[in-house]
Ligand binder design. Structure first.
Ligand code: SF4
Ligand code: SF4
Length: 388
């Protein structure tokens, strides 16, 4: 694709990167075939190829392009298009740059609920209080929020060991909504004699800020996380929420610093860490499981088949799931910003997951778990729960 980005923009790292990515796109449109919003709406501008053109227009003109903002807002940043693209176009990175430009021009704005959520994820105690109040006053909340309050958290009990070389990243929303997930991992490590410590509760990865186009706030949060880690003690950081994991692994690229790269090199998803271990099947009442690979795992981290292999070796039967590459519609604050499209995608996903009569759905990200759990007629659990 030919580009004519302004010279001043080309002198910045974002400008050079955008130019490089845009030039890689050969307009073939293969990516549209796996884009959930294109499949749902059938509109070229709601597919990756159309959005790439819109981002190019925004970056070339620098204008507050409201059409581009509308269609970019409908993008889930699921990155299924990246997995499909034969030319290696890094759409996710380009969308980040496009969103930043749109936010700077005033064309892209977050709703008040998203802005409130962005504050709450940095203050888990406030989030805990708000969720408790929300359960009592559900009737006052918008449907998108009301539906996510169905899960009653079981308070995490594991404490960890100070100065251990392995750190479990708690995750901001996950440590409030499903604290038991980190407890499951802690229990599995303890049983194998592996010492670990937990991250501070306030260490949000910055992913939600990044997707909302608040780049600078996100980068500050990331730097705080790096500064909070003692690199001489911790050599591995395990993430149990794939939405956090994908962002943590990108600190090096996003910050463009050596300490960012060193931090990212320590990040592993729980599945990567546990893949060489063997487990005993704990849920004797369950044999047929539908696996939902979050986009942040299969497209963002390009980790496919690892959880599947662990669960199968442990004795669970994974039922076939059609269109497994498609997003469930959760995608950070997407269910709040785009409630109708998000619900359509969720219904389609849950129908596909339950088509072959599984007894439960297993996944690896808190957003997907809450989003699908609100309507699925079978339990939706984190896969670690099946091992412990
Ligand atoms: S598949 Fe890749 S090269 Fe083809 S239109 Fe999509 S992004 Fe561009
Ligand atoms: S990130 Fe997902 S929703 Fe956005 S253009 Fe790519 S495939 Fe479509």
């Amino acid at each position: 694709m030919q580009t004519q980005l302004p010279r001043t923009f080309l002198e910045t790292p974002s400008g050079r990167r955008a130019d490089q990515i845009l030039r890689r796109c050969v307009h073939c449109g293969f990516c549209n075939a796996t884009c959930p919003t294109y499949l749902e709406r059938g509109d070229e501008l709601d597919g990756p190829r159309g959005r790439i053109y819109l981002i190019k227009e925004v970056l070339e003109s620098g204008s507050a392009n409201r059409v581009a903002a509308k269609h970019l807002d409908r993008c889930l940043t699921c990155r299924a298009c990246e997995t499909t693209c034969p030319a290696g176009v890094e759409y996710g990175e380009l969308a980040e740059i496009g969103r930043d430009a749109l936010r700077d021009s005033g064309a892209l704005k977050s709703s008040w609920i998203t802005q409130l959520l962005l504050v709450l994820v940095r203050h888990p105690n406030w989030l805990r209080v708000m969720m408790t109040l929300g359960r009592y006053m559900r009737f006052l909340l918008p449907t998108s929020l009301r539906e996510t309050l169905t899960h009653i958290p079981r308070r995490g009990e594991a404490t960890g060991t100070e100065d251990a070389s392995i750190l479990i990243m708690r995750g901001c929303v996950q440590c409030v909504v499903t604290p038991e997930v980190n407890d499951h991992l802690a229990g599995l490590l303890e049983r194998r004699g592996i010492a670990f410590q937990f991250s501070d509760e306030t260490q949000c990865c910055g992913g939600m800020e990044l997707h909302a186009g608040r780049h600078h706030v996100a980068l500050n949060q990331m730097q705080r996380n790096i500064d909070a880690l003692d690199p001489s003690t911790v050599n591995t950081v395990i993430s149990t929420a794939t939405g956090c994991g994908v962002t943590l692994k990108e600190y090096g690229r996003l910050l463009g610093s050596e300490d960012g790269q060193a931090f990212s090199a320590k990040i592993v998803d729980a599945a990567e860490y546990l893949r060489s271990h063997t487990f005993t099947k704990q849920r004797k009442d369950v044999s047929r499981v539908a696996w939902h690979a979050p986009c942040t795992l299969q497209h963002g981290q390009q980790l496919r088949g690892v959880v599947e292999s662990i669960l199968t070796k442990t004795g669970y039967e994974l039922v076939p799931v059609e269109d497994a590459h498609l997003c469930c519609g959760s995608a950070g604050a997407y269910s709040i910003e785009q409630p109708e499209l998000s619900r359509q995608l969720r219904q389609r996903k849950v129908d596909l997951l339950t088509a072959n009569q599984p007894e439960l759905i297993a996944t690896a990200n808190i957003g997907c778990q809450m989003h699908m759990g609100a309507i699925a007629e079978i339990p939706v659990v984190h896969w670690l729960e099946l091992l412990r």
